[in-house]
Design a protein around this ligand. Structure first.
Ligand code: LMR
Length: 328
């Protein structure tokens, strides 16, 4: 009888373990923008391919619009494995590495193609592991687009920015960039940006067309200037401990999917931004100014001196490599 009990207990434990082993690994992927943006689309594409190719093994839950975590708590949540995957913009890594600030330098990269060339170089690839000591592993670069300015009044010359409060991401470079034109930068989480504009707490902001449109910001700041003065791009990151404990075969499969999705995100980012630029041009009240070369140059002249303060902490060599890549 005793033996029977023991045997039943062992069988029970084995069955429970088997059921447990069959539970799919869950990847919570949280982000702060709308689904119909380059990052939002990337997250959904990733989810779709994982569910097709790793059905039963991995389940991806996507939380857009800061519905799970927002700018102020998502990095900590990732480090505590409350969420496994994020794609924050480069400005949000400031406290973990200074090197990624290279992507925030104003008027540094000419366009997304130049950004991508740099990210594919050895120096760019190495940056993906620049935060591993903090439990953060970079898997890929997803780019959104070049940033444009919006305000409650026309911004043609940099003098027009004087005294205006600009919503910024948490970055010292972006702070200095707006101070350089006499603006007053205010750090505000993306999910609070529209509200801040509506309440009149800020009169200006910088965003690629896709975020400007999908956040509805243009309804409060309807004067838009096409400055292409900086980049909004992301690093796709995972919790390091979560990543290293995944079965090797699953990891290989996930890496392949990420490669495929990255290719797609980066190749369609321009299209999504162009589509949203057209939507903005057709929107009520919007006045979009495409700056002339000399008007754009005035902004450049004022903002570029900001680089000098950050050159040494970003790394002189890294800056030079990126500049060479930018020219080709
Ligand atoms: C922002 O805060 O403006 C962006 O980082 C939002 C995003 O993730 O595109």
């Amino acid at each position: 009888m005793k033996f029977l009990h023991l045997a039943l207990a062992i069988v029970g434990t084995l069955l429970a373990t088997q059921v447990q082993a069959q539970e799919p690994v869950v990847i919570k992927f949280s982000h702060v923008v709308a689904p119909d943006t380059p990052k939002g689309q990337g997250a959904l594409m990733f989810q779709k391919l994982v569910h097709e190719r790793l059905a039963g093994k991995v389940k991806v839950e996507v939380y857009p619009n800061a519905s799970l975590f927002g700018d102020n708590d998502e990095m900590q949540a990732l480090r505590e494995n409350k969420v496994q995957m994020l794609a924050p913009s480069f400005s949000k890594f400031d406290q973990y590495t200074k090197k990624l600030q290279i992507f925030d330098l104003p008027f540094f990269f000419d366009d997304l193609a130049a950004v991508e060339r740099f990210q594919k170089r050895e120096a760019g690839i190495q940056l993906l592991s620049s935060m591993s000591a903090h439990g953060i592993v970079g898997l890929a670069y997803w780019n959104n687009g070049m940033k444009q300015l919006s305000a409650t009044q026309p911004l043609i010359s940099p003098n027009h920015a004087r005294g205006l409060k600009f919503r910024i991401q948490p970055s010292v470079i972006l702070e200095d960039q707006f101070k350089a034109v006499g603006g007053l930068p205010v750090r505000i989480a993306f999910s609070k940006m529209y509200e801040a504009a509506k309440n009149g707490d800020v009169q200006g902001a910088e965003n690629p067309w896709s975020n400007l449109y999908s956040s509805n910001l243009y309804k409060e700041q309807s004067y838009l200037s096409e400055t292409n003065h900086g980049l909004l791009g992301y690093m796709l990151i995972v919790n390091r401990d979560f990543w290293i404990t995944l079965p090797m075969s699953t990891k290989i499969e996930l890496k392949g999917i990420i490669e495929e999705v990255t290719e797609k995100v980066n190749s369609q980012a321009n299209q999504i931004n162009e589509r949203d630029k057209k939507r903005l041009l057709n929107a009520d009240k919007v006045q979009l100014t495409e700056l002339t070369a000399s008007q754009r140059y005035q902004w450049q002249e004022r903002m570029v001196p900001v680089w000098s303060k950050y050159r040494s902490e970003i790394g002189e060599q890294l800056i030079r490599t990126a500049q060479v890549v930018n020219q080709r």
